[in-house]
Design a protein around this ligand. Structure first.
Ligand code: AMP
Ligand code: MG
Length: 267
């Protein structure tokens, strides 16, 4: 799974990453799904441990083009985890109140507390993506943000937050299929906005913005993973694998009780 991680300072060429890649392993969808189910059970245990121990906090950042599968990852990979310790923060178009502060203000407020896993469904990275592609602020402003973001994530890390970031990489053809499916299926239509087509027209500009984001903000303490995401089962498998490995590395254990409970019998 290491090869999907962006090395710090490494140039990224997304046109050279196959969105349909399945890593050569596992051989098929059925085995991939079975493995994801095992990882999901392990993730449930690790999340329980994180919550019980109350020492660590995990921030998971999800970025993707429209239909890239952020919602699917949240639903499938975190299925069965305890909602008391897993929070989702979705970042939409900023309100006027948010816009009147710096762009990290609303983001910092949603970072995980001790014992929590917080999933960012979109994030501060929109401030170097949609903002850049649409020129919502002048280039001299967004260009400085990569450094701000690295410093911000360094701050979170220094103060005890584990960070892992996923870019869900889909092909333009797969996006066409998924957008069409949203229009055709009355139960999915609510997810579709005509504005999504305008974003799709700017596909190449977004790819450039994603590449620069990945190259400039993948660090040792807050790495990016480029997840081939045309196949949902492989997308889920890769994200689940990275999350389990990341949490295993924390070496967590259940806390010892404050009092000696040996021999205590409840009558
Ligand atoms: P969705 O995730 O489909 O509900 O859409 C949320 C929308 O909010 C997307 O079109 C994002 O590009 C937009 N958005 C999120 N963050 C920002 C931001 N900082 N500035 C402008 N638009 C944003
Ligand atoms: Mg949308």
């Amino acid at each position: 799974m290491e090869r999907f991680r962006v090395q710090p300072g490494e140039a990224v060429d997304l046109s050279g990453v196959d969105p349909g890649d399945t890593g050569g392993f596992p051989p098929d969808k059925a085995m991939g799904r079975a493995r994801t189910a095992e990882l999901n059970r392990r993730l449930e245990e690790l999340q329980e441990l994180l919550y019980a121990q109350g020492r660590h906090k995990l921030l998971v950042v999800l970025q993707a083009p429209d239909t890239g599968g952020k919602d699917g990852v949240i639903r499938h990979v975190f299925d069965g985890t305890n909602p008391q310790g897993v929070k989702v923060a979705s970042f939409k178009k900023p309100t006027s109140e948010e816009l009147s502060r710096d762009y990290l203000w609303r983001v910092h407020a949603r970072t995980p507390g001790t014992g929590d896993i917080t999933i960012f469904n979109r994030s501060h990275y929109e401030d170097v993506l949609v903002v850049r592609v649409h020129g919502l602020v002048p280039e001299e402003r967004w260009a400085r943000r990569y450094d701000h973001i690295n410093s911000f994530e360094r701050l979170l890390f220094d103060e005890g937050t584990t960070i892992v970031k996923f870019f869900l990489h889909i092909s333009k053809e797969e996006q066409a299929r998924r957008l069409q499916a949203r229009i055709d299926d009355p139960t999915k239509r609510w997810k579709f906005r005509l504005g999504d087509l305008d974003e799709r027209k700017r596909w190449d500009d977004y790819q450039d913005a994603y590449q620069e984001m990945l190259a400039r903000t993948s660090t040792v303490h807050a790495p990016w993973y480029v997840v081939p995401a045309d196949r949902k089962w492989f997308r889920n498998l890769l994200v689940a694998t990275v999350l389990v490995e990341t949490l295993e590395r924390l070496g967590m254990s259940y806390p010892e009780p404050d009092e000696d409970l040996s021999g205590v019998i409840i009558e």
